[in-house]
Write a protein that binds this ligand. Sequence first.
Ligand code: NAP
Length: 238
Amino acid sequence: MAVTRTALVSGANRGIGFEIVRGLARLGVLAVIGARDTKDGMVAAEKLQSEGLDVPVVQLDVDRDGSAAEAVAEVQRLYGRLDIIVNNAAILIDEPGGFKASLFDLKADTMRRTFETNVIGPVRLIQAAAPVMRAQEYGRIVNISSTAGQLSEMGSGYPAYRMSKAALNALTRIAAAELNGANIKVNSMCPGWVKTDMGGTNAERTPEEGADTAVWLATLPDEGPTGGFFKDRKPIAW
Ligand code: NAP
């Protein structure tokens, strides 16, 4: 009998994370909205419920020690398994000037907060989910990264965010290596420049377009890639 897959997406109450949950739910995955404020999560879930997609909400603040483990335990309580995690939650707080922010204006606190959410958060969720995935001999881990973290194309602007996404890509490689052989795929992806609160209104892509490659990586077959970096379902340079 085919197993129904379950997924937990961080920061899924809005933006690209919300569309990843919608995309997975449309494929029949039991997708769970991870939201740091469950009230926001419920509003998002109600939108999907009005489309006939039954999507629960769990509290998940990736900045808080213990939150990832509690969220993973809650998904297991609901569904008895956890097959997919998507590390989507992130912040971009470089200032002044956002995308134009200079390294020489970077405050240590901006860097610490950025790394807490964008790097340590994904580490926490991977550490919480990996034992469950190992026991199931199945797992798909998707890290929502950015070409802003691409070392081969690294330039100036929003330095804390860029460094956090480069570190997230390193996490993808390390986790893929440690989990190799357990049928657990770990990949990074860039959604492109997407119209969300983070991407702004001038961005080129819809959140649904931004979510597409993540949904694909979250549902890879057993012979699919691991330890890669993708955009538009194609490998890209680190
Ligand atoms: P967004 O609209 O700003 O949404 C960010 C989400 O992350 C929100 O749900 C937010 O929750 C959540 N979040 C932030 N801190 C959190 C925490 N400590 N714990 C749990 N959730 C937290 O961003 P987006 O554009 O959808 O971005 C999603 C992902 O795509 C991010 O990893 C981002 O770096 C990446 N990305 C985006 C673009 C783009 O153009 N938009 C481009 C490249 C990569 P609250 O509602 O509670 O704040």
